[in-house]
Ligand binder design. Structure first.
Ligand SMILES: [Fe+2]
Length: 181
């Protein structure tokens, strides 16, 4: 698998790599765009209350902010060099919003090559149920992002790359004691 050199920096615009469309060609109300809208509103309303990365943080940490039958919302803190390897979201749609710092994302494009982009504070992205990506903080400053998944994830499958392309490495399940988004 090759990594394309495409790098897009997101500001307040929204780039949605995979948006399921209804028969009329418009985004489904329960699709990634609606989830991103919901997440953006949530972040705006909770701005003062959202947890921020602790100074001196050395490991990725996460906090569950909301959990219903329909969706879950997490805050994730990313110190420099910390990330999560290529993974899917168990069939859930998702959205993320960066509230401090910058995250670098590599995502599997339909032609099975990796795209790359930076998502900066005040920007976000949304994705469909088959999306596979990794996320890392490559910057010196810690980053915090807020993530929404609908329905709440039951599992995540992790992948590695070899000469055959994307290969399943392992799966993790919500029931696992070590479960983390
Ligand atoms: Fe993810």
């Amino acid at each position: 698998m090759t990594i394309t050199q495409e790098t897009r920096t997101l500001g307040t615009d929204r780039t949605v790599p995979a948006t399921p469309l209804g028969r009329d060609g418009r985004p489904r109300p329960n699709g990634p765009l609606a989830l991103l809208d919901l997440l953006q509103s949530y972040v705006a309303e909770a701005a003062e209350l959202l947890p921020r990365a602790e100074p001196g943080l050395t490991e990725r940490t996460y906090e569950l902010l909301e959990l219903t039958d329909e969706l879950e919302i997490w805050a994730i803190h990313w110190p420099q060099g910390q990330g999560l390897e290529l993974h899917d979201h168990g069939g859930s749609v998702g959205a993320l919003w960066v509230v401090e710092g910058t995250l670098e994302e590599h995502y599997v494009r339909p032609e099975q090559v990796l795209g790359r982009r930076n998502i900066v504070a005040g920007g976000g992205a949304a994705f469909g149920p088959h999306y596979v990506h990794d996320v890392v903080n490559s910057q010196a400053a810690p980053a915090t992002s807020v993530h929404a998944y609908s329905p709440p994830m039951e599992s995540m499958t992790f992948y590695r790359q070899d000469e055959r392309g994307l290969v399943v490495d392992r799966a993790e399940y919500r029931a696992d004691p070590s479960w983390a988004p």
